[in-house]
Design a protein around this ligand. Structure first.
Ligand code: UD1
Ligand code: UDP
Length: 363
């Protein structure tokens, strides 16, 4: 069996690392290659993840870089096609919902090469999100769909996708977190920024709906307010950094820093008093860690993090950020009074999703 994995962005690396390792363990006789599209390319958005997660160096680099949606998608397709024609793998694996995902799936399927989609079936039901279009197309054309939650299975069923294509395996992003617990728990990375564990709000924001317009500056104003009550640490995604372009006024306790390495970020997350985000993966990680999470979006494709986890949807409304310290205090009060149910990880978010996939592939 010859498998080609196509990866392009920060969350792709986190999702795929355990799967590549699990297949190597279970099927050492199989040939796996890694194609890095180059959608993310800064060291702190790419290389650091390969190093910390122990992913083998990519066999092929497509170096597509940044661009419009059409440019990025087209470049991946043009550069991947000759490689797949020459190598003719038995399976192409694509993770998540980024432009590299849909581009690779389309390229492979048109060459009649089977495609497996990791993290299939997520839906925000908001087609203004570029990721939603990528998810719908990838799920429709993929042959094998690995699903991380029961609601994702229902979404696929509603779109008429045959049940035998979908497999409920669990969450490989949580596999990565579980595998690295012993390494990130003792780090206390927050102390490098002069912060005490449990004391600060950790922030990440990168969705175009928020950061590509004036809402970003409203969010910074609200964070300035919050920082008078609790320190705020904001590792800034390069998209957001480009939009801020040094134009935001920052209060003393609002710290804008570079993107963190994966181990350092997990340490910051697990030691945070709360997290404010619009990231998909971080809604999941905080659910597993039991850290209060506030999501600055109108919807989420991960409703299980609200039903079973700690996630609260604030809406795409930066003014609501100022309510966070009060909401944290009332949650702490409920916890102390014993009236809050302790958060439980969703079913199969247990650190063994990749093993399940490797077993299914071997059947
Ligand atoms: C992409 C995904 C998004 C995912 C996010 C994870 C799509 C449509 N979007 O968004 O779903 O949540 O990755 O982080 O695929 N840039 C750099 N250095 C880098 C990478 C990006 O400076 O290494 C800057 C460039 O200015 C670029 C911008 O960030 O134009 C956006 O990058 P891009 O990959 O197009 O989208 P993301 O916002 O990262
Ligand atoms: N992450 C990281 N450093 C950071 C911010 C995030 O290592 O500074 C990790 C985080 O732990 C998670 C993943 O990157 O595993 C989430 O990526 P992102 O938010 O960029 O993408 P999304 O999940 O929204 O697609």
């Amino acid at each position: 069996m010859r498998i080609v994995h196509v990866l392009g962005t920060r969350p792709n690396f986190v999702k795929m690392a355990p799967l590549i390792a699990a297949i190597s363990r279970r099927s050492p006789d199989w040939d796996q290659s890694i194609v890095h599209t180059g959608q993310h390319y800064d060291r702190m958005m790419s290389e650091i993840f390969f190093e910390q997660l122990g992913v083998p160096a990519p066999d092929f680099m497509l170096e597509v870089g940044s661009g419009s949606h059409a440019q990025q998608t087209a470049r991946v397709m043009e550069r991947l096609e000759p490689l797949l024609v020459e190598n003719r793998p038995d399976l192409v694996v694509v993770p998540g919902d980024v432009n590299s995902t849909v581009a690779a799936a389309l390229t492979a399927v048109k060459l009649d090469i089977p495609v497996a989609h990791l993290e299939a079936g997520l839906r925000s039901y908001d087609r203004t999100m570029p990721e939603e279009i990528n998810r719908i197309i990838t799920d429709q054309i993929a042959d094998i769909l690995w699903v991380h939650s029961e609601e994702a299975l229902r979404n696929l069923e509603l779109e008429g996708i045959p049940a035998e294509r979908a497999h409920f395996v669990g969450n490989t992003m949580i596999d990565s977190l579980v595998a690295l617990q012993d390494r990130f728990r003792p780090l206390e990375t927050c102390r490098q920024f002069g912060l005490e564990p449990g004391s600060y709000l950790l922030v990440t924001l990168h969705r175009p709906a928020l950061v590509d317009g004036p809402l970003l500056f409203e969010a910074v104003d609200a964070l300035n307010q919050v920082s008078t009550m609790m320190p705020v640490l904001f590792p800034v995604h390069p998209r957001t950094r480009a939009r801020l372009a040094g134009n935001a006024k920052l209060a003393e306790n609002l710290h804008l820093v570079d993107p963190a390495g994966y181990l350092e970020f997990l340490s910051l997350e697990s030691d945070a008093g709360a997290v404010l985000t619009d990231s998909g993966g971080i809604q999941e990680e905080t659910t597993y860690l039991g850290i209060p999470c506030f999501t600055l979006r109108d919807n989420t494709e991960r409703p299980v993090t609200i039903e079973l986890g700690t996630n609260v949807l604030l809406g795409l409304d930066p003014a609501r950020i100022e309510e966070i310290p009060t909401m944290i205090a009332s949650r702490e009060h409920e916890t102390q009074a014993g009236t809050a149910a302790p958060p439980q990880p969703p079913p199969l978010w247990d650190g063994h999703a990749a093993d399940r996939i490797a077993r299914l592939l071997r059947l």
